[in-house]
Ligand binder design. Sequence first.
Ligand SMILES: O=C(O)C(=O)C[C@H](O)[C@H](O)COP(=O)(O)O
Length: 215
Amino acid sequence: MTTSIEQKQQQVEALMRLAPVIPVVIIDDARHAVPMARALVAGGIPTIEVTLRTPAALDAIRAIAAEVEGAVVGCGTALTARDLEAARQAGARFAVSPGTSPRLLDAADNSELPLLPGVATASEAMALLERGYRHLKFFPAVPAGGTKLLGAWASPLPQIRFCPTGGISLASAPEFLRLPNVICVGGSWLAPADKLATGDWSGIEQLAREAAALS
Ligand SMILES: O=C(O)C(=O)C[C@H](O)[C@H](O)COP(=O)(O)O
C-alpha cells in the first residue's frame, strides 16, 4: 500500500524544519556531489535538493544518498511520473516541482516519495489543499510577488506552510522566514557554479554555516 498523503505531508514538514534553507543544486559533474554534500552538512544544512536538470543529477543523488551521512537528499525539477520514480530509485527522500500538473499529482499519489509542489497563485494553492497538501513551495518567490504576496495568503490560507524559492539570497531570506506561513526558504546561492567548478568545499561549508544561522 502506498504511503498516505497525510504521512507524506508529515515527512515533508519534518524535512522543511531541519534547517532554514534548502539548497537548490545544479550539478554538472557527479563527482562533485559527495564533497559538496559533505560541506553543506558540515555547515549545518542537511536537506539538499538536486535538480534533475543535468545528466549528472541522478548519479549525484545516488552518490549522496549512499555516501553522505546526515544528508537528506531529494530531487528538484520533478516534472513527470518518470522523474519521481527515477529519483526514488536513486535514493531521493523527497521531490520538489516548480509547479503542478494533474498528471504529476496523480503520479505523486502513487509514489512513496513525498512531493513539495510549487505554486504561484491562491487558486493553485487551494487546488493542492483539496488534494491534501499543506506544505507547498512558492515559486518563483521574488518575481511572483515576494513577501507581499506570500504574506497576503497567511490570513485566508492559514493551514498552508511554504518554502519560498526563486530569487532569494542570504540577505533577503530573513524577511521571508519572518512570515508566519514560512518554514524555510530554498535557494541556489549555497552551491554556486564557480565554487562547484573549482572544488571550493570550504567556501560552500561557509555559505552553509551562514544559511544555517538564519532565523
Ligand atoms: O526546478 C525546480 O524545481 C526548482 O526548484 C527551481 C529552483 O527553485 C530555482 O531554480 C531556484 O533558483 P534561485 O532563484 O537561483 O535560488
